[in-house]
Design a protein around this ligand. Structure first.
Ligand code: TPP
Ligand code: SF4
Ligand code: MG
Length: 347
């Protein structure tokens, strides 16, 4: 019977679901858009991590990227918020139920233009939240205007030449004290998936800046957000594999050539060093690397920075274990003694 099931439904994971159970609605984005490739990797990572879709909540702002939560995890909760306001929405919702797994998808416009203030503050608060920026250097939804991450000197049809210096999302995240910062490229799906798995196991803010080409408005070979540029300039820091808590780390690399990072849930991220002898636990090293990459026009990808020691927003507050909407009225009404205590403090 189990075999028959597997044949008709596909291979099931530890929570009895097939990969198809993690899909969403058919995409309405352009064919070849990098955002579609990232949605596929969110589906694959959630399936492989055996997450229950009903324990995940998705957030987004406004943009083609922000539409994409409709195209993955159709059985999960979702909230499409105002432009640039995903972080405050996510913070409020997660205070309501901190047992949920939170994934947010934003764009470079949604994050680095209108949403920059909110981006900085969700980082500072270290909310356990996988924050994916689908970075294409333009406002795809409103027909390809330059966003704040477009490189200076880029010329696009109908929009002239960009005159401003770009915002580097990964650099802003490291400087702002983010506890997990990674960069990837939609054309490197395996790396995107492994980074997503590691981010989902991190108990704090996980920023994933993923270069995600807009094939309609910003995919010329010279553009630093195009498929051609990504393929020709990607410098992977390490070969990255994610190992779940119950599996042994089987590696065929000689000792000294890899770094293990233990995540909060006991899983491990194994980083095999490539050309760069890079330590992702050094903040000053991460800043120096990003600055070197910008000077040399490298598209650095991989885990740029990680800190598993900082308390998360949930550690700082004494949050109720019962989700707020399930608390009974008598549990929410403070007894007269607590009101007296508060008044005594104030006067
Ligand atoms: C307050 C507000 N200002 C402006 C807009 C118009 N608008 C919609 S999407 C967008 C930019 C989207 O760009 P990005 O976040 O990079 O997403 P992409 O479409 O490129 O994936 C803008 C400016 C809006 N919806 N709301
Ligand atoms: S306009 Fe660009 S960002 Fe929007 S769906 Fe098309 S390719 Fe993707
Ligand atoms: Mg964009």
């Amino acid at each position: 019977m189990a075999d028959q099931n597997t044949k008709t439904r596909g291979k099931v994971n530890l929570v009895g679901l097939t990969k198809g159970d993690y899909r969403g609605k058919p995409t309405t984005l352009c064919q070849g858009c990098g955002h579609n490739s990232i949605s596929s990797q969110i589906i694959a990572a959630s399936y492989e991590l055996d997450l229950k879709p009903e324990s995940i909540v998705k957030f987004s702002g406004i943009g083609c990227s922000s539409k994409s939560p409709a195209y993955f995890l159709g059985r999960s909760f979702g909230f499409n918020g105002l432009h640039g306001r995903m972080p405050s929405l996510a913070t409020g919702a997660m205070f309501g139920n901190h047992h949920l797994e939170a994934i947010g998808v934003s764009g470079d416009g949604d994050t680095a233009s209108i949403g920059m203030g909110q981006f900085k503050h969700i980082i500072r608060r270290n909310l356990p939240f996988v924050y994916v920026v689908e970075n294409n250097g333009v406002y795809g939804l409103t027909k390809g205007q330059f966003s704040a991450t477009a490189e200076s000197g880029l010329t696009l049809k109908g929009h002239g030449t960009n005159m401003y210096m770009p915002v580097d999302i990964a650099w802003e995240a490291v400087v702002g004290n983010a506890t997990f910062v990674a960069r990837s490229f939609a054309g490197d799906p395996k790396q995107v998936k492994e980074l997503l798995k590691a981010a989902l196991s991190h108990q704090g803010i996980a920023i994933l800046d993923i270069i995600s080409p807009c094939v309609t408005f910003n995919n010329t070979d010279e553009s630093m957000h195009s498929y051609a540029w990504g393929r020709n300039h990607e410098v992977a820091l390490h070969e990255l594999s994610y190992v779940p808590p119950m599996e042994d780390i089987i590696v065929d690399y000689a000792e000294g050539e890899m770094i293990d990072v233990t995540m909060h849930d006991g899983s491990t991220v194994v980083l095999k060093k490539l050309e760069h002898d890079y330590d992702p636990t050094s903040r000053s090293g991460a800043i120096a690397l990003l600055e070197e990459a910008n000077r040399k026009n490298w598209l650095i990808t991989g885990l740029i920075y990680i800190d598993t020691e900082q308390p998360s927003l949930f550690d700082i507050y004494n949050l109720t274990d019962v989700p707020l909407n399930r608390l009974k009225e008598h549990q929410m009404r403070p007894p007269p003694e607590s009101i007296d205590q508060v008044n005594a403090l104030m006067f």
